[in-house]
Design a protein around this ligand. Sequence first.
Ligand SMILES: NC(=O)c1ccc[n+]([C@@H]2O[C@H](COP(=O)([O-])OP(=O)(O)OC[C@H]3O[C@@H](n4cnc5c(N)ncnc54)[C@H](OP(=O)(O)O)[C@@H]3O)[C@@H](O)[C@H]2O)c1
Length: 273
Amino acid sequence: MTDASTSTRRTALVTGASAGIGEAFAEHLAARGFDLVLTARRLEVLREVAEGIQRRHDVDCRVIPADLADPEAPRRIFYELARDEIEIDVLVNNAGHGLRETLLTQDWREVADFMEVMSVAWLHFMQLAMPSMIERGWGRVANIASLAAFAPESPGSLYSGIKAQMVSTSRGMRNLVRGSGVHVTAICPGYTHTEFHARLGIADLAQKMPKWMWQNRDEVVAEGWRACERNRPVVVTGAVNKILRSVLAVTPTRLVERQMLKSVADVRSRGRG
Ligand SMILES: NC(=O)c1ccc[n+]([C@@H]2O[C@H](COP(=O)([O-])OP(=O)(O)OC[C@H]3O[C@@H](n4cnc5c(N)ncnc54)[C@H](OP(=O)(O)O)[C@@H]3O)[C@@H](O)[C@H]2O)c1
């Protein structure tokens, strides 16, 4: 399959490309002829991902290991790219994780690192990448938010609020660059099969969630990229998630909160059973 964006050789930077949605996004873009810059912390895993992609697709694939909890990481990545005269045409802000505990009990260093990865690094990447996209008259920015952006916060969590900020800021950035040839889209998946829940230590709880609530990562990426190509500000992926978002929009927050608490308790008790 080809589209307008494959007619010249362009380069995509994908954060969190060593696993899950980021890895699938990298594969999807390589299949469309984009050269890749892949970043995440685990260098060996990144190398394996890059080698696999290069075997399957005729694209260049560079890996740059980086911990996005380090505030200097985005600048260092762009410094390395500028040194080698590589310009970024597609930015996929995907790297992310959850926190195991609540704000009151999680070690503060881990909270601060989490905020840097989830709330700051992706803004820095947009500031570093978008001016030259605008200058060249073409660019795509895909920010991986979440269906959680439209839901009340779980008790003591920071996740929904962060993803809501991502949706809101993505909309504002899209309006800022309207007409420039640069698209900005917030992609909002619901439950997606990746390493996310296992890393959070809740793989067993996640498995108890009904199957119809889950998507695979390729579905998320295909719909997300299509929306970005069409310059949609926000896309909630999958029919079930779209329905859930509509229900969330018309249901009083306190009712949703009550239902969330009940669902978590149900899943936990089934987990014990
Ligand atoms: N899975 C879901 O149900 C779901 C639903 C909605 C939204 N999302 C969002 O989708 C995005 C991708 O998550 P996923 O589900 O694909 O999870 P995943 O399989 O755990 O992948 C997360 C990626 O982020 C990278 N990463 C984590 N912390 C990092 C750090 N400090 N510095 C650099 N890279 C880091 C990881 O690589 P390294 O460990 O190698 O650094 C990995 O490549 C996240 O933003 C998440 O919030 C996921």
